[in-house]
Write a protein that binds this ligand. Structure first.
Ligand code: GDP
Ligand code: CA
Length: 315
């Protein structure tokens, strides 16, 4: 990527964090802003928890647990055990090291914004790339399911996304302001691409797009918007994305991703094994590549591929 290019990437948690880590490997800090969903943020035991910001931050720091997909590697659970013994609620797992992040974030939030807290935490983990929350204002996700209206973490963690999803609501999003980091990235004079990471479109990317003005700015973009599919074949790599596409009556494949992002994409990167879909997807240009990421090398390779695709669309 040449010196004059600047990339904005939208990300949720696990899938977003993987590509984010790849992008941070191949782009210098000044050429990338990672905007992260905060629609999953919630308070628990008096702590402010930002699951997606933590996933991206831990992934860039190389501290993430690659097997579990969330939290820190080498985590211990002494707090959780003691808490359970005392009758504390244990449906949301909080690792001993992870607790330090939630505690410090909660403390710092008394005086400064989530943007500043995130910058501080990232700096203390030695990160140089910019990770910003989508907004500093509170946005809470609720889902309407066949079992009624549920708070997001209640649905996602306690109920393991089992209820059938009918509609998602982002409380407070109409009055939430996009963060200064998101606005600056959208208006960056060298902006050359907007990437949508392979995150859950309905739960992780939709909240970002629902912020006032964001979808509109993406729609009349000056630069290509390119997404990487979180779906390979008819399955999500992890989590309920495929189940949710089906529940929303969308095709359960990368085609469903194209439908969901209708009118927003110039390019969609799908897995090589989904080559057959190329002819059925209308709208965005399609490129195929291996999009399953295990090792850092896969993340790096996918980052280079998606940047190359965006550059080709920019011409
Ligand atoms: P969450 O907020 O932690 O649920 O995470 P995201 O929304 O960012 O990511 C969940 C999505 O990431 C799921 O739909 C997965 O299919 C997708 N995902 C996870 N790992 C990979 C991967 O290696 N490649 C691709 N293409 N998608 C992935
Ligand atoms: Ca999330």
């Amino acid at each position: 990527m040449s010196r004059s290019e600047f990339v904005l990437a939208l990300a949720g948690g696990v899938g977003g964090a993987k590509l984010a880590a790849g992008l941070a490997e191949v782009l210098p800090p000044e050429a990338l802003t990672l905007v992260v969903n905060t629609g999953d943020d919630f308070r628990l035991h008096g702590l402010h928890i930002s699951p997606d910001l933590d996933s991206v931050m831990y992934a860039l720091a190389g501290l993430h647990d690659p097997v579990r997909g969330w939290g820190l590697a080498g985590e211990s659970w002494a707090f959780m055990q003691a808490f359970r013994r005392l009758g504390g609620e244990d449906w949301f797992q909080l690792g001993d090291q992870d607790l330090a992040t939630h505690l410090l974030r909660t403390q710092l939030l008394h005086d400064v914004s989530l943007t500043e807290v995130t910058a501080t935490l990232c700096a203390r983990l030695g990160l140089r790339h910019r990770i910003v929350p989508m907004t500093d204002d509170p946005v809470g996700t609720r889902v309407l399911t066949d079992e009624g209206l549920l708070q997001f973490q209640d649905y996602f963690v306690r109920r393991r996304a089992q209820p059938v999803l009918r509609r998602v609501m982002f409380d407070g999003v109409e009055s939430a302001r996009p963060s200064a980091g998101l606005i600056a990235a959208l208006q960056h004079p060298q902006l050359s691409a907007i990437l949508i990471c392979p995150s859950n479109p309905v739960l992780s990317i939709a909240p970002i797009l629902a912020l006032p003005g964001v979808r509109a700015q993406l729609q009349d973009r000056r630069v290509p918007v390119v997404a990487v599919s979180p779906i390979i074949g008819s399955r999500a790599v992890k989590g309920p994305a495929a189940k949710i596409l089906g529940e929303l009556a969308l095709p359960v494949s990368a085609l469903g991703i194209a439908h969901y992002y209708d009118g927003l994409l110039d390019g969609l990167l799908i897995d090589s094994s989904d080559e057959a879909l190329c002819t059925s997807i209308r709208g965005p240009r399609i490129r195929t590549a291996p999009i399953l990421m295990h090792e850092l090398a896969d993340k790096r390779a996918l980052a280079l591929t998606v940047l190359d695709f965006a550059r080709e669309l920019h011409r």
